[in-house]
Design a protein around this ligand. Sequence first.
Ligand code: ADP
Length: 325
Amino acid sequence: MTDSSPILSAADVTKSYPAATGGNGRRLLTALDQVSLQLAPGETVGIAGESGCGKSTLAKVMAGLLKTDSGTVLYKGTPLSLLPPPDARTFRRSTQMIFQDPFSSLNPRMRIGDSIMEPLKIAGIPPELQRSELNRLMAAVGLPTDSTNRFPDEFSGGQRQRIGIARALAASPEILIADEPVSSLDISIQAQIINILLEMKREFALSMMIVSHNLLVLRHICDRIIIMYLGTIVESGPAETLFKRCRHPYTEALIAAVPGIHGTATEAPVLLHDDIPSPLAIPPGCRFHPRCRHAADICRVTSPVLTEHPDHHVTACHRSRELYG
Ligand code: ADP
């Protein structure tokens, strides 16, 4: 394996859930439909798209927390299901998740110092080293080191997210998967947490996957951004070019809706008129075509395949070349 071989990848991953249809019949809702992606060592990939497009499901599948229906998640080239037990343990330790609401992943009756040190104990780190490592982690995420004896409910939302990050880092991870890590926080606090993630990425040489519906957050933090629509990837491209020259009408519409990217939101053209369809009623052909202002006949009948362009963007759109050059 060369250094740029993916540290974590998904190959044709499909994942469905039993749908609550209200009737007696059992139907499956396909949250991910043959999704493939690769995370290179040291890379930060953002996953964006409207609510319900499968971002969280993808994050959990990649973290090994959800099993796939078909397709494979690979850690350093080996399918998770084929990892020998020591490597499976290494994967579980080296892939850590940060959630939107860190409160739900912290034991409310455990002092935060003990919560953060738990992964160090599990890893068999001697107690005196656990203490010094705890202090180092607390300082790294900007928490006062004299607050280790306090309980989670004594902290603000932003401080709890710092605790969640410190706990994830205590396991010395190689990969951090964050699911909407700042969306429950005030704007000013969001910036602080994003900066901590950026510093941690540099200091701990992490590979990161960040799920967010907020494109501005992803633009700030990511090397590459993947846009999902109804359980599939429709565009992937370097963060710096995605905002200047995207190549998919859905990406264009999402970017146009972000205040401050092209003037203000009200000056931007409104490109997304209808709501996203239900994953139980996926449109035929290109699944975005009913909402696409550029849809042509082919889009209504034939599903586009992901195609790579010379600028390293990959898009699933019949008209990408014609529309965006
Ligand atoms: P996102 O993170 O983009 O909002 P999710 O991955 O949470 O998307 O959800 C994708 C689809 O799967 C949605 O239609 C959602 O309602 C459905 N879904 C997610 N989790 C479950 C579950 N545990 N049971 C049934 N349906 C689910």
